[in-house]
Design a protein around this ligand. Structure first.
Ligand code: HEC
Length: 283
């Protein structure tokens, strides 16, 4: 590795991918090549991370629902609660901006209840991310750009603010993953203390997405299969003793990400942890 490679321009230290980091990169880059096969049947080893975190910045600069809001809400209110959370449509939101939208200069009494951390005492509080911004008359600047991003997802006649609003529910901007090791905690609410927690969440929400139980979930998540195993189909990765992605410790998940955490906390080449770590409070 040299500076000319474009990697690691900020770390003045020698660097080369070890076997753990290299396998993490393989999983990060692996796309689903065949029908989903559960880890119990030998499937796995597919990050599909590239679908939303493409190089060079490892972000598509888009907005996706990847489940952090639902996981956080359900951890407080019980499994399935986020699916049942009542959310107004555009007309109902317009009729009562203070009730539903965050405070602004024009609406200083805005409750912000949908841009809030979940609370046991108030089930109306949740974080719906982009929903708070899209078609919000008090945030005019990004609206045209948001329409550019969202409209291609629906048929043109359906590209109205009323039709798009539900599609913004719990979406967040894809963060870049460069220098990830220096930016913990992760996710929009800081709920993931380390990369292992992020991966455990992807494992869970991809199961939810496949079960049709992730509210407004991004279809790309159905291709995430982090269990031990390998990608079926042509061009799949060579088998590696022990199987899939190291979900537990902060390890190599991507191009250079968290390589330092792994290097300092585990021996490169050590056996992969076999059981995935679960987020506290999740099933
Ligand atoms: C459907 C698009 C999508 C896919 C697929 C996806 N991500 Fe993400 N990723 C996101 C979005 C959006 C966020 C922000 C979520 C939030 O803040 O709640 C995110 C956040 C993250 C973060 C937290 C970064 C930070 O600074 O907080 C990490 C790490 C991450 N993703 C790694 C991965 C890995 C590894 C994979 C593959 C296993 C992956 N992502 C697959 C869209 C995606």
């Amino acid at each position: 590795m040299t500076e000319a490679d474009g990697h690691f321009t900020h770390h003045a230290q020698p660097f080369a991918f070890g076997p753990v980091e290299l396998h993490g990169l393989e999983v990060f880059l692996a796309e689903p090549l065949g029908p989903f096969r559960p880890p119990a049947e030998g499937g796995g080893g597919v990050g599909n991370c590239l679908a939303c975190h493409p190089p060079p910045d490892f972000t598509d600069h888009g907005f996706h629902t990847t489940g952090a809001s639902q996981e956080g809400y359900d951890a407080v209110h019980g499994a399935g609660a986020f699916l049942a959370l009542p959310v107004p449509d555009l007309a109902a939101r317009r009729a009562s901006l203070d009730t539903f939208l965050p405070a602004s200069a024009a609406h200083p009494d805005g409750s912000g209840r949908f841009r809030a951390l979940p609370e046991a005492a108030d089930a109306a509080r949740a974080d719906l991310g982009l929903w708070n911004v899209f078609a919000n008359p008090d945030v005019p600047a990004p609206q045209a750009a948001l329409l550019d991003v969202l409209c291609p997802e629906v048929a043109q006649p359906a590209c109205t603010a009323a039709a798009l609003l539900p599609r913004t529910l719990a979406r967040f901007k894809t963060p870049g993953l460069r220098d990830l090791d220096d930016s913990a905690p992760y996710l929009h609410d800081g709920s993931a203390p380390d990369v292992g927690a992020v991966l455990a969440q992807y494992q869970q929400v991809s199961d939810l997405q496949r079960a049709g139980a992730l509210r407004n979930g991004d279809g790309r998540l159905a291709g995430v299969n982090l269990g031990p195993g390998r990608n079926p189909g042509p061009g799949s990765l060579p088998a590696r003793p022990g199987g899939g992605l190291p979900v537990g410790p902060p390890g190599a998940v991507g191009p250079g990400v968290s390589a330092w955490g792994w290097a300092s906390s585990a021996r490169p080449g050590a056996p992969w942890p076999s059981s995935p770590r679960r987020c506290p409070g999740s099933a």
